[in-house]
Design a binder for this molecule. Structure first.
Ligand code: ZN
Length: 289
């Protein structure tokens, strides 16, 4: 069976190095069908989605991890999100046609922000400049600078697949410098084609067949958008009565389209009045107790 829409984690038990492999197929095609832009633009989104799935599995949390790149160049915004349940979604905004080059040439001046929105616990945020030849390079810099963990990433995407490979030294393994270099040299021979074509076990055998690798059970990844009518109601409520009434003077319906999944949400005058009064009631009762 061909492996697809799976994340696989593995461990070099004797060497203090962990790894991850991801191949997104159906989930990648579902995520990108809601986004505009040429294949070059979409490739950046595919790489970001492969990255965020792997990065979200390197930390324990309940909630979602968001990788966001923002700049003043041809690509303005790129968002890739993965939950702890391996549900992904993403969006990209910018010019239709972008030439693939360094991050600076595509995004201009910008930054890369990694956020964890945890259901219980403090939100976490890390920021790095958008420097380097590609997203993988910028993320490697991020891990070396903020986490002091040697990390290597390979990220590729085409029309049908988004794939990735990650290697990272385990924390507090100072004695493993030579082992890390050994694994890195072996991993450096990996090609884009191999990442697209091979299953995880085939790839690990091809790269590390002399090493002892523990491969964990595959984890399915799927495209799923977290948007909901009630979340949009909260956003509308936050806009306030005056602004909502101004909009409704010009048209009968407030229409909101989710940028991640293209779902349409429609609110007429009665709906808007309900939102404003329900939320008022909720605020009142909170104040009282
Ligand atoms: Zn949505």
């Amino acid at each position: 069976m061909i492996e697809q829409d799976l994340l696989r984690r593995f461990l070099f038990e004797e060497l203090g190095v962990r790894g991850e492999w991801v191949k997104l197929t159906t989930s990648w095609q579902a995520a990108k069908q809601h986004q505009r832009g040429s294949e070059n633009v979409q490739q950046q989104l595919g790489q970001a989605l492969a990255a965020v799935v792997m990065l979200s599995a390197t930390v324990k949390f309940k909630g979602s991890m968001i990788l966001q790149a923002q700049g003043d160049g041809d690509i303005k915004t790129l968002v890739a999100q993965a939950t702890d349940q391996r549900k992904i979604r993403g969006l990209v905004r910018g010019k239709e046609n972008v030439t693939v080059g360094s991050l600076e040439s595509m995004f201009g001046h910008g930054r890369l922000v990694l956020t964890i929105e945890s259901q219980n616990g403090h939100p976490y945020q890390g920021i790095v400049p958008l420097h380097g030849s590609n997203l993988a390079a910028a993320l490697q810099t991020y891990f070396e600078q903020s986490e002091q963990l040697k990390t290597r990433l390979w990220l590729f995407a085409n029309a049908t697949h988004a794939v990735g490979l990650l290697l990272q030294e385990l924390p507090a393994q100072e004695n493993y410098q030579a082992d890390w270099e050994h694994i890195e040299i072996l991993a450096n021979t990996v090609t884009e084609q191999e990442l697209f074509d091979l299953d995880c076990e085939q790839l690990l055998y091809r790269l590390f067949h002399q090493e002892k690798v523990r491969l964990f059970d595959p984890e399915p990844v799927e495209f799923s958008c977290a948007c909901s009518r009630s979340n949009i109601e909260k956003t509308l409520f936050a806009m306030g009565r005056t602004e909502l009434e101004d909009i409704l003077k010009e048209r009968d319906i407030i229409e909101v389209t989710c940028e991640f999944c293209s779902e349409h949400y429609r609110f007429d005058k009665v709906d808007v009045e309900n939102i404003l009064s329900q939320q008022n009631a909720a605020t009142d009762s909170e104040t009282r107790h």
